[in-house]
Design a binder for this molecule. Structure first.
Ligand SMILES: Nc1ncnc2c1ncn2[C@@H]1O[C@H](COP(=O)(O)OP(=O)(O)OP(=O)(O)O)[C@@H](O)[C@H]1O
Ligand SMILES: [Mg+2]
Length: 401
């Protein structure tokens, strides 16, 4: 009979130790996994994940103990730990251990953890074959490229662009997650036609620890697009613990090609934590002074957090009396204007179908597809979706998964 197995490896890219616990054929209860770490780690703050985001480990005196209540046959849990400074935990610097701590931690990769079921140690924990270990590791490491859409100023078109970019990436065959990180005034769900009462769980409930992350995921427009809406209620806003946002983003970024995050206006913790979890930032700005000033602040924050600024999307560039030309914007930000979206009065349609599906050959859609191509290196579909498929999309737009 197949026994449970433990695979431990150092994830160099993310600076973390990862232990994959894979159950055999028997259901297990009351499991603990014990591992050691060097007590000399500077500023040792450990966190652990078990499939989701909830910390399940305790650490003291050089020993870490994970508790797992039960494991179904074949179930896999991922337990992660690292050493972080307080600043990194607050999301104000990248979540990586210092080089010295990383070297110490990685040197412990070959030290095998122990597995207990009840009080008894399970001896001879099966060491999976090398190929199996590599396959597990690869699966655990599939992580989306995370792109934050930000502006600083309100109403510049962040949500409109984020939705269209997410849909375009999905249309191009990329598994994409679109998250509304605007936890106070988020409206992405209404833009895509999700009925508020149909949302059993949202980002609010996940951040409040009331719902498993996967319960807050909805399909929209395509099999390849997963939406994570924010809640709309004040009650939901008040109960959530926003400091978990970065961990939640990391959770959702698993097993996808791209994650697009719609960030809130203003200089706030949600923006900082979204950026801290992102690889790239796209600024969506209007050619006016307010946009330029606020956009620069967001760009500064991104640079501090070592997020790559992909460029500026100049939205409504043909507005009456634009105060800035594209080249002035490029000079101001020191980053390219990667798309210019015109004023498009019908951008929000009654049937809620986004522009890239409803009018794929419009100037706006072509610009969005160009950004999606740039991001993914994949060509946009040559043919626009047929009227019939658009109608189907409009009718069967959203379903919880
Ligand atoms: N290119 C465009 N042409 C016409 N209207 C647009 C365009 N882009 C966005 N809009 C409209 O502008 C309004 C604000 O857009 P959106 O909600 O996307 O901005 P936002 O930056 O996400 O706002 P907030 O800061 O409130 O989250 C919406 O009514 C949207 O339909
Ligand atoms: Mg918005």
């Amino acid at each position: 009979m197949q026994a449970p197995s433990l695979t431990k490896y150092w994830d160099e890219k993310r600076g973390r130790m990862s232990i994959l616990l894979k159950n055999g054929e028997k259901p297990l209860r009351d499991i603990s996994i014990e591992d050691e770490y060097p007590t000399t780690l500077e500023g040792m703050i450990c966190f652990a994940k078990s499939g989701g985001i909830a910390p399940v480990a305790s650490a003291s005196g050089g020993k870490m103990v994970w508790k797992v209540a039960s494991l179904a046959p074949g179930e896999v849990k991922e337990l992660i730990y690292t050493a972080l400074t307080r600043e990194a935990l607050d999301g104000l610097s990248p979540k990586r251990p210092t080089p010295a701590d990383a070297a110490l931690l990685s040197s412990m990769a070959s030290r095998a953890p122990a597995l207990y079921v009840g009080q008894a140690e399970v001896k001879g924990v099966e060491e999976p074959a090398r190929e199996e270990r590599l396959a597990e590791k690869e699966k655990a490491e599939r992580r989306a490229v995370v792109i934050a859409v930000g502006a600083g100023k309100g109403g510049t078109g962040k949500t409109t662009f984020a939705i269209n970019l997410g849909v375009a990436l999905a249309e191009m065959g990329c598994d994409t997650v679109l998250m509304d990180a605007d936890t106070s005034m988020g409206n992405l769900s209404t833009y895509v036609g999700l009925e508020p009462q149909s949302l059993k769980a949202t980002l609010h409930e996940v951040l409040a620890g009331e719902a498993e992350p996967d319960k807050a995921v909805y399909r929209a427009f395509s099999d390849r697009l997963r939406l994570v809406p924010s809640g709309l209620s004040l009650e939901g806003f008040l109960k959530m613990d926003r400091s978990l946002l970065k961990d939640v983003i990391e959770h959702f970024s698993k097993n996808a090609d791209f994650m697009v995050i719609d960030t809130p206006a203003g200089y706030n913790k949600e923006l900082a934590l979204s950026l801290a979890a992102s690889d790239h930032l796209i600024l969506v700005l209007n050619p006016d002074e307010g946009s330029m000033t606020d956009g620069l602040k967001v760009q500064e924050m991104a640079k501090i957090l070592k997020v790559n600024v992909l460029g500026v999307v100049l939205n409504r560039y043909d507005m009456k009396n634009p105060q800035f030309s594209p080249s002035q914007v490029e000079e101001h930000f020191g980053t390219p204007v990667i798309a210019m979206l015109p004023e498009e009065p019908g951008v929000r349609r009654k049937d809620k179908v986004p522009a890239v599906l409803a009018s794929p050959s419009s100037k706006m859609s072509m610009e969005v597809y160009r950004v999606a191509e740039m991001v993914s290196g994949v060509k946009a579909p040559a043919e626009s979706p047929s009227f019939a498929s658009r109608l189907m999309l409009a009718l069967f737009r959203t379903a919880n998964i």
